[in-house]
Design a binder for this molecule. Sequence first.
Ligand SMILES: C[S@@+](CC[C@H](N)C(=O)[O-])C[C@H]1O[C@@H](n2cnc3c(N)ncnc32)[C@H](O)[C@@H]1O
Length: 234
Amino acid sequence: MQLYYPPGCKDRVAPFEALFDMTPCLERPEHIVGFYLVFERDVLRLCHDDDDKGVSISLAEIDKRATRDLELARACGLSRHAPCTVLDAMAGWGIDGLTLHRLGCKVTCLEQSSVAWALLHNLFERADASDVPLHRTDAWCWLEQSGESFQVVYLDPMFPERRKKALPGKRIQYLAQLVPGLEHELGDWLNAARSMATSRVVLKRRLHDPEIDNPDWCINGRSVRYDVYRSGQQ
Ligand SMILES: C[S@@+](CC[C@H](N)C(=O)[O-])C[C@H]1O[C@@H](n2cnc3c(N)ncnc32)[C@H](O)[C@@H]1O
């Protein structure tokens, strides 16, 4: 994917070439087809040929979420006194992962798409959260092979497409066009995650999506639901 940047930022965008298989370009052509990235004032944003404003994540939004997203915090079982380790196995834009980091968790993020990983990397850098390991990898293999364990394994796969209902937000629409669907059944993901989690697995779903494999309990938000499964190690 092409990455455009303004004059004077060559050094800042150079790492993208090596790390993310992207080609930084100074000149933005008048007509671009499909998705492209823009790096401006330290922020990387994902744009499209009919949307040059594009989308990015602001730190103010994360700070707001960290004070308001009580459902996410409850689902992950956070307590003020005991910071917990969380594997955000499908980190996407990094909104949930960074929110959990702001809430005091020791987070590790996995993301398979190089574009999403670049955006994630930029967000965590801006947030001064470079202590968070961000792995560009297939979480399925990582869960099987890494040998690590986390108190909480958090799964937020792309929601399946809906018929006729309102479209999801632009960020999720864009991700859905860029990343492939899940190769394995959600039940299999839960089993793999449960063998790595020492406390619980949290699966984010749309509010009215069917439950998978009888969660131990569910926490409802306004439009999403967090299904919580006790880990296989308890
Ligand atoms: C709905 S998004 C996650 C959004 C995220 N929770 C946030 O707050 O921004 C789902 C992400 O999971 C990633 N994903 C799907 N399968 C994956 C896999 N096998 N390994 C790693 N990441 C995966 C997709 O690339 C996509 O970016």
